[in-house]
Design a protein around this ligand. Structure first.
Ligand SMILES: *[C@@H]1O[C@H](CO)[C@@H](O)[C@H](O)[C@H]1NC(C)=O
Ligand SMILES: *[C@@H]1O[C@H](CO)[C@@H](O)[C@H](O)[C@H]1NC(C)=O
Ligand SMILES: *[C@@H]1O[C@H](CO)[C@@H](O)[C@H](O)[C@H]1NC(C)=O
Ligand SMILES: *[C@@H]1O[C@H](CO)[C@@H](O)[C@H](O)[C@H]1NC(C)=O
Ligand SMILES: *[C@@H]1O[C@H](CO)[C@@H](O)[C@H](O)[C@H]1NC(C)=O
Ligand SMILES: *[C@@H]1O[C@H](CO)[C@@H](O)[C@H](O)[C@H]1NC(C)=O
Ligand SMILES: *[C@@H]1O[C@H](CO)[C@@H](O)[C@H](O)[C@H]1NC(C)=O
Ligand SMILES: *[C@@H]1O[C@H](CO)[C@@H](O)[C@H](O)[C@H]1NC(C)=O
Ligand SMILES: *[C@@H]1O[C@H](CO)[C@@H](O)[C@H](O)[C@H]1NC(C)=O
Ligand SMILES: *[C@@H]1O[C@H](CO)[C@@H](O)[C@H](O)[C@H]1NC(C)=O
Ligand SMILES: *[C@@H]1O[C@H](CO)[C@@H](O)[C@H](O)[C@H]1NC(C)=O
Length: 724
């Protein structure tokens, strides 16, 4: 049981009361309770004394540093928690892997874990995979795979992968099953059977859906009323919070009885008990940026700045920026590191839901997704949908309502290389917008010194929604060109998705970079655990589309167990049976770099050698997908009648197939309409001068009203980023 900063909440109440010019009575204080309007940031906060402290850190790739508290967290975990975790996992004496751990003289590899995007599928895939790597799970422990999760120092999440990351932290690092499916006590799980955008079913005008929309908009308005620009990312963030943060259950879902995660801050993660005990890795969320003024509605090139958000900082280690902002004060405009008004700082902008929503803010590219999906429908349905989409998205197309709006703390910095240096706002978007669906960037930052990177690969790339390595190919390209000075290099991989598929390395666990040539190694070892067809030839239930926004209970639990089983099983070449040595092989991969940390280096053990021959990718002698026979590729719905209980709209109507999407689209329309109306009123009552004076456009909706319609509209030719 933990409560996030009741004291601060109380302060917020008092501030709010002052703000509203309502007398603060002791009753107000006593009855102060969580509310969805806790989503509002605090504005006009006294800034810290900048003569003694700074809100930003500025560095270069050459003198790159981490925040001292990050370094302290990671090293404290390394000294106090990880040695036992390694011993618990690998065993103290010469076990099957053939190493005597004491020979490593206390040197253990530093392990990071990357969780990519892909909506609910990516979150569920990561959940199943983590349960197979968790020492707390009996069958994972028995297989020898359970324990890897316990030795991880960093966890990075992107889009759907940020949702499970956030969920793990804001539920105090629970076991996977209770987090996703609930327990009999205090947790009800992710409630994925309630669709994200239309939790009461497709009828937008049902009382419950209307109440839900009302609550969501109430949060967003509370933020907007502070004069902080909102966008479609804000209602999106609130919806995500209902499922992945921990204040929502079936009973209170359609009420205002709790804050539904509003007021929980990313910068409060250090107060969470599991974090305080150093039981968790250090979490980092990734988001991309759309160059301000570009108005891009397509995916990005590899150039624009990639950002990261830790519990301490909002930062970028890209050479062109190399700067970090104190997360507590994110939301404050800074110019050359200074607020224009020392009494007008912003706090509580870093709402946990908003961080997860920012990382998954793909709205500037939703067109792309629509085109891809629509091709699957009959032309009637397709036309109808496209019409709705066009109408909704035309309204957001030319303005910053389709991105996550972050007041820029980096104005004036690095003005020869940082392209948004002269901008007051940053336009953050889905972390996969540049095709890098796996949040590798933070884990390759040189100063973090990662030895091993575990990839929980739930991307949907090829036609059956399995990964095809595309994300690694793009990351390899970005790192070997733009990030040479700031990041480690990527280990050798197949050069194209086609080669990935041919080699079969996208369809079974693979280790990349097993044999570095340099000392210290020129790249980390990448353990790649892709979402793949069940190795025993069962029908797959885990290769669902990114925009599947609800899962029946039955599907959720089958999904988890299918992924769990694959995760603990490895593969046996030319067969459909588990590899009894896989647990050991995974241990071999995780510990391998420790051999090189002692002098003279310890030779690889015989069994590990054998493991590496099976699981390592050797570019000179690539494996073949032919070694993976009898896998079924095509998704089979395990619970086809599952949603029929929700009413005949679902069961009888052809909309059954598109429920989630149509609902989302219609809802976005409603939300955007609401925001626009609100903004119209807003210009008349500017309450928060500091932010408002920095608006780049006081009446942004006018742009879209003035914008010529119809003719200029065209579908971009890329897939939506979350569709990976
Ligand atoms: C949030 O999670 C923590 C840790 O599991 C728990 O103690 C707390 O009661 C939860 N809060 C709510 C409102 O469920
Ligand atoms: C890094 O170097 C730059 C320029 O050489 C300097 O301005 C900056 O203060 C240095 N930062 C750190 C953290 O040492
Ligand atoms: C492992 O090494 C330590 C220290 O060198 C030694 O005391 C111990 O007996 C070894 N254990 C085994 C099982 O060989
Ligand atoms: C281990 O994970 C599997 C698959 O998610 C689950 O069915 C089982 O209940 C878990 N066991 C424990 C002890 O959590
Ligand atoms: C919550 O309160 C807001 C604002 O009063 C209202 O619009 C909304 O319908 C309420 N939601 C529920 C679930 O009662
Ligand atoms: C982006 O939109 C703004 C506002 O409509 C416009 O001023 C600007 O020229 C546009 N930029 C580009 C590159 O089209
Ligand atoms: C942010 O700034 C406040 C005020 O100076 C300070 O107390 C806090 O430690 C800072 N946080 C980080 C992560 O630097
Ligand atoms: C600074 O901000 C405070 C709080 O909003 C405001 O009262 C004050 O007038 C501002 N000062 C200036 C110089 O704008
Ligand atoms: C860029 O920054 C430098 C040093 O901070 C400053 O002297 C220069 O005028 C700036 N250039 C522009 C175009 O703002
Ligand atoms: C990064 O900086 C370099 C100059 O050092 C510049 O050529 C490049 O265009 C910049 N990239 C972006 C995306 O601004
Ligand atoms: C691989 O995935 C990418 C990105 O998802 C996709 O664009 C491409 O068509 C896929 N290629 C193959 C061969 O599957």
């Amino acid at each position: 049981m933990f409560h996030l900063v009741p004291r601060r909440r109380l302060k917020l109440r008092v501030l709010l009361a002052i703000y509203l010019l309502v007398p603060v009575t002791s009753q107000d204080v006593l009855e102060s309770q969580d509310s969805v309007i806790d989503y509002a940031p605090n504005t006009n906060v006294q800034c810290p004394d900048l003569s003694t402290t700074s809100l930003i850190r500025v560095f270069t790739p050459q003198n790159q540093t981490l925040h001292p508290e990050e370094t302290e967290y990671v090293s404290k975990r390394a000294s106090d928690v990880l040695p036992d975790a390694w011993r618990d996992w690998l065993g103290v004496s010469t076990a099957e892997h053939g190493y005597n751990l004491s020979a490593f003289q206390g040197n253990f590899p530093r392990v990071g874990m990357a969780i990519p995007g892909g909506g609910m599928r990516a979150a569920l895939y990561a959940a199943g995979c983590l349960s197979g790597l968790d020492a707390r799970n009996d069958s994972a422990k028995a297989a020898g795979t359970g324990g890897l999760l316990q030795v991880v120092s960093y966890m990075s999440g992107l889009s759907g992968g940020s949702w499970i990351t956030g969920s793990l932290f804001f539920n105090n690092w629970p076991t996977i099953n209770e987090m996703v499916l609930g327990n009999d006590k205090d947790m009800e799980g992710w409630l994925l059977e309630l669709s994200l955008a239309t939790p009461d079913g497709i009828n937008l005008f049902s009382d419950k859906n209307q109440a839900f929309f009302g609550s969501v908009l109430w949060s967003v308005m509370a933020k907007a009323n502070k004069g902080v620009d909102t966008s479609i990312t804000d209602p999106w963030s609130r919806m995500i919070s209902y499922h992945f943060l921990n204040q929502t259950n079936r009973k209170n879902f359609f009420t205002n009885d709790t804050a539904h995660g509003a007021g929980q801050l990313w910068s409060d993660i250090p107060l969470i008990p599991a974090y305080q005990q150093h039981k968790t890795p250090f979490p980092i969320i990734v988001a991309d940026s759309r160059p301000v003024g570009s108005n891009l509605t397509t995916s990005l090139s590899l150039d624009p700045v990639v950002y990261e958000i830790t519990p301490l900082e909002f930062a970028s280690y890209d050479p062109n920026l190399s700067a970090a902002m104190n997360l507590t004060y994110a939301g404050t405009h800074l110019s050359n590191g200074k607020p224009e008004n020392g009494s007008a700082c912003v706090t509580r902008f870093d709402q946990a839901g908003f961080i997860m929503g920012t990382s998954a803010s793909l709205f500037n590219q939703l067109f792309d997704f629509a085109r891809n999906s629509i091709s699957a429908f009959s032309s009637d349905d397709g036309d109808g949908l496209l019409y709705v989409l066009k109408r909704q998205l035309r309204e957001v197309r030319t303005r910053a309502d389709d991105v996550a709006n972050w007041p820029s703390p980096f104005n004036g910095l690095k003005n020869t290389t940082f392209e948004d240096s002269d901008k007051n706002w940053l336009e953050l978007i889905d972390g996969a917008s540049n095709h890098e669906n796996i949040p590798y960037a933070p884990l390759f930052v040189r100063a973090r010194g990662m030895d091993v990177i575990v990839t929980i690969e739930g991307s949907a790339d090829e036609s059956n929604n399995w990964p095809n390595g595309s994300s690694l190919v793009f990351t390899n390209q970005r790192q070997s060109t733009l990030l040479r000075s700031s990041h480690q290099q990527f280990p050798p991989i197949p050069q194209t998705p086609e080669a990935f598929i041919e080699a079969g390395v996208n369809a079974r666990p693979t280790f990349f970079g097993c044999d570095p040539k340099q000392d210290p190694p020129e790249f980390p070892l990448v353990i790649y655990l892709p979402n793949a067809p069940p190795l025993n030839g069962d029908d797959p239930v885990t290769n669902t589309g990114t925009f599947k926004l609800s899962y029946t209970r039955k599907h959720q639990s089958l999904f988890l167990s299918q992924v769990h089983r694959n995760t603990i099983s490895g593969f046996t070449p030319n067969a459909n049976t588990p590899d009894p040595n896989f647990g050991t092989c995974l241990q071999c991969a995780a510990i391998d770099r420790a051999r090189l940390k002692v002098s003279p280096p310890i030779p690889r053990s015989a069994l590990c050698d054998q493991c590496f021959q099976q699981y390592c990718y050797d570019p000179r002698n690539p494996p073949s997908k032919l070694a993976l026979p009898g896998r079924k590729q095509v998704f089979v719905d395990p619970d086809p009648a599952g949603f029929s209980k929700l009413g005949n709209f679902f069961s009888k109507n052809k909309f059954a197939l598109i429920g989630g999407l149509a609902g989302l689209v219609a809802l976005l329309g409603a939300m955007i309409g609401g925001l626009l109306l609100w903004k119209r009123r807003k210009t008349k009552q500017q309450t928060y001068k500091r932010v408002n004076t920095l608006h780049e456009d006081d009446a942004p909706w006018q742009r879209y009203l003035d914008h010529p319609r119809g003719e200029s509209y065209e579908l971009p030719n890329h897939r939506g980023s979350l569709a990976h």
